[in-house]
Design a protein around this ligand. Structure first.
Ligand code: SIN
Length: 404
C-alpha cells in the first residue's frame, strides 16, 4: 500500500500496516518530519485523567462542533482514543509527567476537564513526529521524500491502483514516476496556505483534497475552516506561517485583554477564555472592531519566568525572537487560519467513495469535527482513524470482514 503524507496520521497508518505484514511505501512531498504534526503545540486530547470518561469527551466535542458532528464518528474517537495514545507511547513518544508520575494533563478551549497530554511543554507535535519517524526508520519502511503525488491511478473497474508522482530531486533524480498499490492512504494534511496568514507550514496547500476531487471522491464541509484565536500578531502585512500561541497558555490561566487591560471574554461564555475556539476567535474579532485595532493581547505575566521556560519554551522563544517578552509584557495576538475541519469524505474505516482510496487526518472529513474542531482532537483523530484504516486494509487483503 502507499501512504501519501508523513504526519501523525500517515506514519501511524504506515506503521500499523507494516506490522500487519503489508508492503508499505510512504511518499511525502517534503521531508518526513515537515508536515503540520511537528508544529502542534498544545497536545493530544483523550479521557486519560482520573474521573474523566469518553462520554464527557464526547459531550465537549459535540458542543464545540456546533451540532454538526457525526456522533458515531465522535464516539469511536473518544472511546478508542485512550488506548491509541497508550500505543503511541509504546511506539516511543515521551509525554510530560505530573509530580505523581502519571501523565500531566492540561485544559484547552471547550474542554470541561484536564485531558490534554503534552510533550516538551509545548512541543507535543515535534515529539510525536520524532517518535514516529524514528519508528519508521527503525522498522525499515520504504520512504520517498521530496515527491509530490500527482494523481491516483485506477484500474478498468475504477479501483485504486496506485499513484503517479513527481520526484523533485536534483539532476538524474528529478522525474515523474508511479507507485502501484491496491490501496492508497491520503494523509496530506490541510490547506492553510490558501489564506494569507495561517499557523500551517508551507506544505499545507490542499493538494490532497485536489487529488481526491480529480479522482472523483466526495468531499464535504470544506467551508468549515477553523481560525485559531491566538496567533502571534506580527503586523497587518505578515503573510504565510505565523507563530501559534497555544490554547494551553489559556488553559494554564492566561487572560485575553484589550489595550486597556480589560478582560473581554468574561460574560460572553461560561468558560470565558476557554470557550470553544470559534467563540473566542469571534470574541477577539468583535473587540478588535469595537476598538478599531488589529489585535488583542494575551496576558500571562503572572506565570513568571520559571513557568514560561518550563511549560512553554517554544512559544517563549518565538515571542522573544520577535522582540516580545511574555514574562514582562502581554503578547499581541489575533486569529489566523488554522485547521480544515472538512475534507475528503470517509466512513468510519477511513474509506472514501473511491474503492481502495482512504483518507486520514486533516485531509479527511470523518465527521468528528463538525463545524468547529475541539482543541487537540486532531492528533487523536489522526491516530485513531489511521489504526482503523490499517485494520481495514489488512482484513481486506486477508479476505476477511473488517473489524467492527
Ligand atoms: C493549540 O495548541 O492551541 C493548538 C491545538 C489544536 O489545534 O488542537
Amino acid at each position: 500500500m502507499v501512504v501519501v503524507g508523513s504526519g501523525v496520521a500517515g506514519l501511524t497508518a504506515a506503521l500499523r500496516c507494516e506490522a500487519a505484514g503489508l508492503t508499505t511505501v510512504v511518499v511525502t512531498k517534503a521531508r518526513l518530519d515537515d508536515g503540520s504534526t511537528r508544529w502542534a503545540q498544545g497536545g493530544i486530547a483523550a479521557a486519560l485523567g482520573d474521573g474523566d470518561t469518553p462520554e464527557q469527551h464526547l459531550d465537549d466535542t459535540l458542543v464545540a462542533g456546533a451540532g454538526l458532528c457525526d456522533e458515531e464518528a465522535v464516539r469511536i474517537l473518544v472511546t478508542e482514543g485512550p488506548d491509541a495514545v497508550r500505543r503511541l507511547i509504546a511506539t516511543g513518544a515521551h509525554f510530560d509527567e505530573s509530580a505523581e508520575g502519571g501523565l500531566a494533563l492540561t485544559r484547552e478551549g471547550g474542554h470541561h476537564r484536564r485531558r490534554i497530554a503534552h510533550a516538551g511543554g509545548d512541543a507535543t507535535g515535534a515529539e510525536i513526529s520524532r517518535a514516529l519517524v524514528d519508528a519508521v526508520r527503525a522498522r525499515g519502511l520504504r520512504t520517498v521524500e521530496n515527491a509530490l503525488v500527482l494523481d491516483l491511478l485506477t484500474d478498468a473497474e475504477g479501483r485504486t491502483a496506485g499513484v503517479t508522482l513527481h520526484v523533485m530531486g536534483e539532476g538524474q533524480h528529478d522525474g515523474v514516476g508511479a507507485v502501484h498499490a491496491p490501496a492508497v492512504v491520503l494523509a496530506t494534511g490541510g490547506m492553510g496556505q490558501v489564506f494569507s496568514a495561517t499557523t500551517n507550514p508551507a506544505v499545507s496547500t490542499g493538494d490532497g483534497v485536489a487529488l481526491a476531487l480529480r479522482a472523483g471522491a466526495e468531499v464535504s464541509d470544506l467551508e468549515f475552516v477553523q481560525f485559531h484565536p491566538t496567533v502571534l500578531f506580527l503586523g497587518p502585512d505578515a503573510e504565510g506561517q505565523q507563530p501559534l500561541v497555544s490554547e494551553a497558555v489559556r488553559g494554564e490561566g492566561a487572560h485575553l485583554v484589550d489595550a486597556d487591560g480589560v478582560r473581554f471574554m468574561q460574560g460572553q461564555h461560561e468558560l470565558a477564555e476557554l470557550a470553544p475556539r470559534d467563540i473566542v476567535a469571534k470574541g477577539i474579532m468583535r473587540r478588535m472592531r469595537e476598538r478599531n485595532t488589529e489585535h488583542m493581547y494575551l496576558d500571562a505575566r503572572h506565570f513568571g519566568a520559571e513557568m514560561w521556560e518550563r511549560r512553554f519554551p517554544t512559544i517563549l522563544a518565538a515571542c522573544r525572537a520577535h522582540g516580545i517578552d511574555p514574562v514582562t509584557e502581554p503578547v499581541p495576538v489575533a486569529p489566523a487560519a488554522h485547521y480544515a475541519s472538512g475534507g475528503v469524505r470517509t466512513d468510519s474505516r477511513g474509506r472514501t467513495t473511491v474503492p481502495g482510496l482512504y483518507a486520514c487526518g486533516e485531509v479527511a472529513c470523518t465527521g468528528v469535527h463538525g463545524a468547529n474542531r475541539l482543541a487537540s482532537n486532531s492528533l487523536l483523530e489522526g491516530l485513531v482513524y489511521a489504526e482503523r484504516i490499517a485494520a481495514d486494509i489488512a482484513a481486506r487483503r486477508g479476505g476477511q470482514e473488517p473489524p467492527a
